[in-house]
Design a protein around this ligand. Sequence first.
Ligand code: PMP
Length: 325
Amino acid sequence: MYFNHVIEAVGNTPLVKLNKVTDGIKGTVLAKIEYFNPGNSVKDRMAIRMVEDAEKAGLLKPGGTIIEGTSGNTGMGLALAAIAKGYQTIFVMSDKQSKEKQDILRAVGAQVVVCPVDVAPEDPRSYYSVAKRLSQETPNSFYPNQYDNLSNTAAHYDHTGPEIWEQTEGKITHWAAGVGTGGTICGVSKYLKEQNPDIFTLGLDTYGSVFKKYKETGIFDENEIYPYKTEGIGEDILPKNVNFDVIDQFIKVTDQDAAVMTRRLAKEEGLFVGWSCGSAVHGALEYAREHLKEGDTMVIVLPDHGTRYLGKIYNDDWMRAQGWL
Ligand code: PMP
């Protein structure tokens, strides 16, 4: 048995029980390890879906160029889909993303454009604006726009959600995920709540992001927006893929708590995962410590792999420079 292309190997990632970091917590806490995808992240799933839906809709034609603003992982998924299907790729990312992510995208044949992070989304220099402009200027191009493209949520509703439901034999009681575009948490949550409306969905947000306050007050508060370091979660916009109706509560996690927990996952669980995984686990366990009961089953998604953060949280000098070690 073999796959005709590596993109066919996306999905069906394992669930692994957390054993040490969960000390003192009642119930079972399972991690969905998305680095087993060929692009080493959860974003392979939606990248392929956005490409295939665009082909069906006639938005992406043979020989076309895919142009996207990405923190790196979506770019990797899109690059793999582009290689399989014969497209070019241009990715626009902000300069806060790790150097490894830029190098990885170039390694799979993409052109990478780096923009400053410390400008407003509507500023023409922002990575949102540059991606949009390049897609308008480049003939035969397709701009997936992962924030507002609902193929993103659909990929998780159709695949990630059913996988979790089957892997837990319907015993899941709590679902927790970091929120960036919102595709992962909302696609899975919608599917799970349709199977069992009592399943609780917890969103993990960062300090410096608008989601938690918006959920609690309905107010888009610009005072909530300030620079932070964790990559892949938190936003200064409200993406269409974030459906606040299927997220029951948000918890914010600091950059430091996230970094420290990520290193614990590597050392204590053997899970060499990315920085937002530490955010998700730290925040989810904070909730679990207070609310999880015997017999409950919590699933936390761990979105990507540790290799992307070797120069940062897995580097002792870098950690010391932050005052985090
Ligand atoms: N963690 C990482 C490392 C990511 O790249 C992303 C995607 N931005 C997320 C978490 C959040 O996933 P989503 O966009 O589906 O909300």
